[in-house]
Design a protein around this ligand. Structure first.
Ligand code: RIB
Length: 333
């Protein structure tokens, strides 16, 4: 019987400013776009919302600015049921923004993102000192790289010292210290981040990324203390390399990909929720791949993140054998 887990996300809030275009401009060029919208985002907030929409009890720690974007960002996360008692508003720094270009061509849809962290970067380890004791209340802590690195390292250190599992999503890619790797029970880079951080190649073979390359990269991280490496591989799905060998999960195809923004956040949030709820690794991966598939079929970050009911419906439609949709019902209670 699954349980509703308690998850702490220490991470970013952003307001996403999203322009869509049929062709991205080159340097010095101007093109006419096809649409514009704003939507709450930020890797931390996206992961928190995804965990909550799948039934987890979620607390988020972070910082917004005392401005309209900040209020809208908080409202979206609050509406998903996330506890915001550990979030503060900075009176002088603006809420973080992400400038997103979604290029929609006959060959496919891709995004380009520039973040301006604003208030996210005024958070300090001292703001999280409550974690030293308080972190024990959680089943897992999720971290990304849109906060100052000393904050990420401090949060990971407190969780690790208290024996609470830590998931580090090293995005956007940045140098990662051995100290942080030693605290990461789970590390979830995409294939580019995995290659960049390890300095090892991940070459494409006929069936996606070569298994031998994945094994080598996983061994590199394992030697630095990472127990489980979860590599997202875009249209080739994802691979989990760790204590129980290598598991691969294919990408769940959707009729239309509208916007890949937040696909990784959705995958990581769903995987952690499933695992902490009591699912086996293979089932947690299946939950994550179906959740992320729904996310890419819709526009925007948080507006695109599916609910438990929507994921259960997709699991039934696709006849997924790795996870029984009815077994997820306790997460809705
Ligand atoms: O992972 C997607 C997110 O990255 C967007 O919502 C944007 O805010 C950036 O942080």
């Amino acid at each position: 019987m699954l349980k509703r887990p308690h998850i702490l996300v220490v991470g970013s809030f952003m307001m996403d400013l999203i322009a869509t275009t049929e062709r991205a401009p080159g340097p010095g060029e101007t093109v006419a776009g096809t649409g514009f919208r704003t939507a709450p985002g930020g890797k931390g907030a996206n992961q928190a919302v995804q965990c909550a929409r799948l039934g987890a009890h979620v607390t988020m720690a972070g910082r917004v600015g005392d401005d309209a974007f900040g209020r809208e960002a908080l409202q979206s996360v609050r509406t998903a049921g996330v506890d915001l008692s550990r979030v503060t508003a900075d009176p002088s720094a603006p809420t973080g923004v992400a400038h997103i270009l979604v290029e929609d061509t006959p060959q496919g849809v891709q995004n380009r993102i520039t973040i301006v962290p604003g208030a996210n970067f005024t958070l300090t380890p001292a703001d999280l000192a409550w974690m030293e004791d308080g972190v024990r209340a959680f089943d897992m802590v999720l971290l990304q790289f849109e906060l100052p690195m000393d904050v990420v390292e401090a949060a990971a250190g407190w969780a690790h010292a208290a024996g609470v599992p830590v998931m580090v999503n090293p995005a956007p890619a940045a140098p990662i210290s051995d100290r942080l790797l030693a605290c990461a029970d789970y590390l979830s880079p995409n294939e580019h981040e995995a290659a960049l951080l390890s300095g090892l190649p991940l070459r494409a073979g006929p069936a996606g990324v070569e298994a031998a390359d994945l094994e080598r990269v996983a061994a590199w991280f394992r030697a630095r203390g990472v127990k489980e490496l979860l590599v997202t591989l875009g249209e080739n799905g994802a691979a989990l390399a760790g204590t129980q060998g290598m598991l691969r999960v294919p990408c769940v195809p959707m009729e239309r990909v509208a916007d890949p923004t937040a696909a990784g956040d959705s995958f990581v949030g769903a995987f952690c929720t499933g695992l902490c709820a009591g699912l086996e690794r293979e089932a947690a991966l299946a939950l994550a791949s179906h959740t992320a598939a729904l996310t890419v079929s819709r526009m925007g970050a948080q507006p695109s993140l599916p609910t438990l009911g929507e994921v259960q419906t997709l699991l039934r439609e696709r006849g997924c054998r790795s996870v029984d949709p009815a077994a997820l019902d306790p997460l809705a209670e």
